[in-house]
Ligand binder design. Sequence first.
Ligand code: DGL
Length: 276
Amino acid sequence: MKIGIFDSGIGGVSVLHEALHRLPNEEYIFYADVDHVPYGKKEPEEIQGFADAIMQFMIQKGVDAVVIACNTATSVAVPFLREKYKNLPIIGMEPAVKPAVKMRGKDRVLVMATPVTIRENKLHDLLQKVDTEHSCDLLPMPELVTFAEKENFSDPAILDYLKKQSASLPHPISEYSVVVLGCTHFNYFKPQYRQMFSEDTSFIDGNAGTIRHLADVLGLKLTDEVKAVRKETSQACVAVNEEKVSYYFSGRPVEDEKELQIFKHLHERLEEVRSF
Ligand code: DGL
């Protein structure tokens, strides 16, 4: 099947990466809306317009389903898109608050996301449903999107920024046993989170759940386990890139070898941090 995956930028590669692991036999169109990133600081109507244009692009490409690999776009656009494109399965993403609350024990949960996701009703409705003991605190981390888009994954400024943002939290960092990565761009920085939070803190994102849901909707069977070792998997991702994934920057095909290398490096980084 042909599956369209889109995000404001490279965050969605983490969702594609999970898809390549669990559904390696499908064909993918990956669309990074780099002309309009970051979505997380924009107005909902504007984001809806970008998402609508991307849906039309995906339809022209003949996809069987679209994954919105972006919590921000999902929070403002998913009802509108489902209403408009009734015949196409649209899989959205939302911060993995439900499993986080189940896992927390007696500790607190930290939900990191973009300012738009944190502001929108979708997240607050979800919290009202699942966070009955008010154990979740919300923290916007917009600059992580900027670091990610520059493929800047090891700058000491990242840790400084995390510390600065967390200073406003109502509880000490040591009280958070689960951190929800509520933006797909945040996956790249797991080593920095490890330096900041307690050793036994868990970091959860919505990627695995999203791909399980996609498989369910399309009636596809997930591969049982990730069999390949790290290096081989990254190479395989790049190998399948050519055959199995077509990359687009805001609608423009990525064909240039130098640009394709960006995606190779992103897959390598994601493979490195996969088990953090
Ligand atoms: N990756 C997106 C998300 O999951 C948003 C990043 C942005 O463009 O601000 O929310």
